[in-house]
Design a protein around this ligand. Structure first.
Ligand code: ASP
Ligand code: MG
Length: 455
């Protein structure tokens, strides 16, 4: 049994949904299918919430029109018939009543936000379920809110693992005796009061991983609209290669550094159970994609270059004398109080350099730090990192890294915190050039075909 998650673009219209059906048909395997909302729909629902906060009900109506016209159209093109139309219209009534009430209140709580957001996945999963039924599949619909249990931290709810595992097993395990497929929605869950919660944007991968873990799936497949994880963003490096095989650690480092293909949290439930994860392309299903496994006996190689723009580097020098204790904890307390997470850090005896990429509280943070430290702030910075298990045990990689960037002014360096990552900060204007230089150095002269391919 495998778990197959299809993202928003993979189910964006009738044509895409037919493609999904044919992928499953060709594989004949037993599977739990986890689907996202149709592409752009979650963003529309977010806009609805914003309009409600501004009492702009006219726009709410317009967005609802768009959403339901789209779903009714897809259902009709899939030939799903009047039962599905009725169901969609019922859902429309439901969300209309809800938004109407919220508009009068002029207030949208996180709890109502999640109820509104859940419509994206509810609509898509119902339509796709009926499309499979129509094609004669033995398929069971499971409401995701009956199997994923979270706390009541609406919009970023935390999964309660024991209960979730139990619910998934109770609601799914034995059904494979009677059904080939189980279909459920990603992203949505419920708390102990049965109120709808969500797992955070992009959370469908996480839902799929939780299900794979609970059911001991033989594999977890994340179907998306790219061939897999690349050595670098192809928008900057058109000749980027596909990475055929990565370790869990490499994949999660890359996820944090903006390789948009995987949600970082996805990795954990799969890691624990040692379930291999595959990133596959719905629009090119023959491609083998990227395989994320527990790589032992890793070769001395790098896998990818990742980067992040819009970073600030903060250099903090202690005003006190050398060796004053408690300085680091004072500094980090300020970041904690300002709810801003720190990405890279390096320290010397009297100063700390660190980066943040959420600049919303930057001024407040700087003012707080100035109470006891001298601050130099560098804005418009970027982070680049190279990732690979090879960094652990290969000499000369850092030398090549810095040699390749010998003409670039680097504002910060971090090596060694993670054994599989070397990171630097630099001015954003030097980013593209530096990424190209590094890709050339590490990925363009020679590539190991066991790990990389050109398509
Ligand atoms: N539909 C949700 C989102 O756009 C969840 C997902 O696609 O993973 O964030
Ligand atoms: Mg997604």
């Amino acid at each position: 049994m495998r778990v197959m998650k299809f993202g928003g673009t993979s189910v964006q219209n009738d044509e895409a949904i037919r493609r999904v059906i044919s992928i499953i048909n060709n594989r004949k395997a037993k599977a739990v299918i986890v689907v996202s909302a149709f592409a752009t729909i979650t963003n529309k629902l977010v806009e609805i919430i914003n309009c409600l906060k501004k009492n702009n009900y006219i726009s709410v109506k317009a967005h609802l029109d768009y959403i339901f016209t789209k779903h009714l159209d897809v259902a009709s093109k899939l030939g799903l018939g009047s039962d599905v139309d009725n169901l969609l219209n019922e859902k429309r009534d439901e969300i209309e009543r809800l938004t109407y009430a919220l508009n009068i209140l002029g207030e949208v709580s996180p709890k109502s936000t999640d109820t509104i957001l859940s419509f994206g996945e509810i609509l898509s999963s119902k339509i796709i379920y009926h499309a499979f039924l129509n094609e004669g599949f033995k398929i069971k619909y499971v409401d995701a809110r009956d199997i994923i249990r979270t706390d009541a931290n609406f919009t970023e709810a935390n999964v309660i693992f024991d209960t979730t595992n139990e619910l998934i097993i109770n609601n799914c395990k034995d059904d494979f005796e009677n059904y080939q497929l189980i279909l459920t929605a990603g992203f949505i869950a419920s708390d102990e009061n049965k109120s709808t919660t969500t797992l955070g944007r992009g959370g469908s991968d996480y839902s799929a991983a939780l299900i794979a873990s609970a059911l001991d799936a033989e594999r977890l497949e994340i179907w998306t609209d790219v061939n897999g994880i690349m050595t670098c963003d192809p928008r900057i490096i058109p000749q980027a290669k596909l990475v055929k095989m990565l370790s869990y650690t490499e994949a999660s480092e890359l996820a944090y550094f903006g390789a948009k293909v995987l949600h970082p949290k996805t990795i954990y439930p799969a890691v624990e159970k040692q379930i291999p994860v595959y990133v596959l392309n719905t629009f090119n299903p023959e491609n083998n994609g990227s395989e994320i496994i527990n790589l032992h006996g890793n070769k001395k190689i790098l896998k990818a270059i990742a980067f992040r723009r819009g970073v600030s580097v903060i250099n903090i020098q202690s005003n006190k004398m050398l060796g004053a204790y408690g300085f680091l904890s004072k500094v980090f307390e300020i970041f904690r109080l300002n709810e801003t997470s720190v990405d890279l850090i390096t320290t010397s005896e009297v100063s700390i350099s660190l980066t943040i990429d959420d600049n919303s509280k930057l001024n407040k943070i700087i003012n707080d730090l100035r109470e006891f430290a001298t601050i130099i702030l560098l804005e418009n910075q970027a982070i680049i990192c190279i990732v690979g298990e090879g960094i652990k045990n290969t000499s000369g990689i850092s030398a090549r890294f810095f040699q390749a960037l010998s003409d670039i002014n680097i504002s910060m360096v971090s090596i060694g915190a993670s054994e599989v990552n070397i990171s630097i900060a630099l001015a954003e204007r030097d980013l593209d050039k530096s990424v190209r230089l590094l890709h050339k150095e590490f990925f363009e002269n020679y590539i190991d075909e066991e790990y990389f391919s050109s398509i």
